[in-house]
Write a protein that binds this ligand. Structure first.
Ligand code: ZN
Length: 170
């Protein structure tokens, strides 16, 4: 049986064990979380979150791309969220590539230069700060005051907060 067939079987047992219910489409905690696709980070378990409580946006690196801004704009403007939590993590796959190297690899193996930015990073904390600043500077998001960034340690399961220096007036 292939993996997806196994998961379909898991879903049948999952659904059989639960009562039918309907949760509101608006997340109860009014929170959106942007994080990496990393398979070791169980966002719900690590944060004690339940279904219906928060939006979870994931991509390689937890990068604030245009598509993440698109989702956050919908999350805030239509679905009632007003806080953003960013979670990067140690030992990320995005630290194992470089923008130029991966771009060249895609171009050399396919003949096509990708239209998207690769967004690799070396220092995870620097990238969290960059991500916070991208959210805070997006004109499409009405709620930009409550944005906090963290690094998740995939071995100890602990979060550490990354502070951004307050802007000093020019
Ligand atoms: Zn990652």
């Amino acid at each position: 049986m292939d993996t997806i067939d196994q998961l379909l079987e898991n879903n049948r047992s999952f659904a059989d064990g639960l009562a039918e219910r309907h949760l509101d489409v608006e997340p109860q905690r009014r929170l959106a979380i942007v994080t990496c696709m990393d398979s070791r980070l169980d966002v719900f378990a690590a944060l004690g979150l339940g279904d219906g409580e928060a939006h979870i946006l994931r991509n390689a690196g937890g990068v604030i791309t245009d598509d993440v801004i698109r989702s956050l704009a919908i999350s805030q403007r239509r679905l009632g969220t007003c806080q953003v939590m960013l979670i990067h993590h140690d030992d990320c796959g995005m630290q194992k590539i470089t923008d130029d190297g991966f771009r060249m690899e895609l171009q050399e193996t396919t003949g096509l230069a990708p239209s998207f930015a690769i967004e690799s990073f070396g220092d995870v904390e620097v990238d969290v700060r960059q991500s916070i600043l991208r959210v805070r500077s997006s004109p499409f998001l009405p709620h930009r005051d409550n944005v906090r960034g963290f690094v998740y340690d995939v071995d100890t399961h602990r979060l550490r907060e990354v502070e951004v220096a307050e802007e000093t007036p020019a």
